[in-house]
Design a protein around this ligand. Structure first.
Ligand code: AP5
Ligand code: MG
Length: 216
């Protein structure tokens, strides 16, 4: 299965992609996680990406597309993948079409997780992430998040720097201006499915399982 998770910042793309990746046994590819790992390791890519991420803007298309092209060519992607946070612009989507054509394949489905701006602004202030293994938690639903310790690896949880309210507002603007047009792009191709992201994470998972024909 070749899937894209679409949706605003904080809609739950990462949360759902982790569940689906386990269920379908295919890699979860988050461009945001790739950038954050490079920032943490202070690589040249990390230094470049940080300037954009900190302000809520997008990293330039040519940089991001190159990373995804290389990642999709790796052997573990041959049986399918879940892209999370890519594509985010129409040129990125067109590049993805070309990359997949070169690999002799195409997307099966694009899952758009819907969540309103108000819910997102409230939600992102409670997010905690693991800087070591990228696990994502929320203080409202996780005791470990309230204690600030990662359930998987025991590392100390942190708040993402771009989860400050002002940056979240910029990310939302970037989303509406540059990423939302992808909904029409994929709807025209007949592969877009919209699911509700405002209920519980489990409700969203159940809806995604249903559209993919999976059982619990
Ligand atoms: P990225 O890391 O992709 O961030 P994002 O799109 O802003 O999305 P988030 O990771 O914030 O949210 P999510 O939808 O994954 O939600 P989550 O599951 O964590 O990108 C970061 C930056 O990198 C971008 O701003 C950009 O600069 C750059 N970048 C990345 N990709 C790029 C690209 N392709 N091109 C250019 N630049 C790029 O859930 C959020 C919180 O809510 C968590 O606490 C979670 O526990 C909780 N939660 C989840 N679902 C529910 C639910 N149903 N109910 C209650 N709480 C929930
Ligand atoms: Mg994410």
């Amino acid at each position: 299965m070749r899937l894209v998770m679409l949706g605003a910042p904080g809609a739950g793309k990462g949360t759902q992609a982790v569940v689906l990746s386990k269920k379908l046994q295919i890699p979860h590819i988050s461009t945001g996680d790739i950038f954050r790992s490079n920032i943490k390791n202070e690589t040249p890519l990390g230094k470049l990406a940080k300037q954009y991420i900190d302000s809520g803007a997008l990293v330039p298309d040519e940089v991001t597309v190159g990373i995804v092209r290389d990642r999709l060519a790796e052997p573990d992607c041959a049986g399918g993948f879940i892209l999370d946070g890519f594509p985010r612009t129409i040129p990125q989507a067109e590049s993805l079409d070309r990359i997949l054509e070169e690999l002799g394949t195409k997307l099966d489905m694009v899952i758009d997780i819907y969540c309103s701006d108000d819910v997102i602004i409230r939600r992102l202030s409670g997010r905690r992430v693991c800087p070591e293994c990228t696990a994502v938690y929320h203080v409202r639903t996780s005791e470990m998040a309230r204690q600030g310790i990662c359930e998987n690896c025991g590392a100390k949880l942190i708040q993402r720097e771009d989860d400050r309210e002002e940056t979240v507002r910029n990310r939302l603007k970037t989303y509406h201006d540059q990423t939302e047009p992808l909904i029409g792009y994929y709807r025209e191709k007949g592969i877009l499915v919209r699911v509700q992201g405002e209920g519980s994470a489990a409700d969203t998972t159940a809806e995604i399982y249903q559209v993919l024909g999976l059982t619990e």
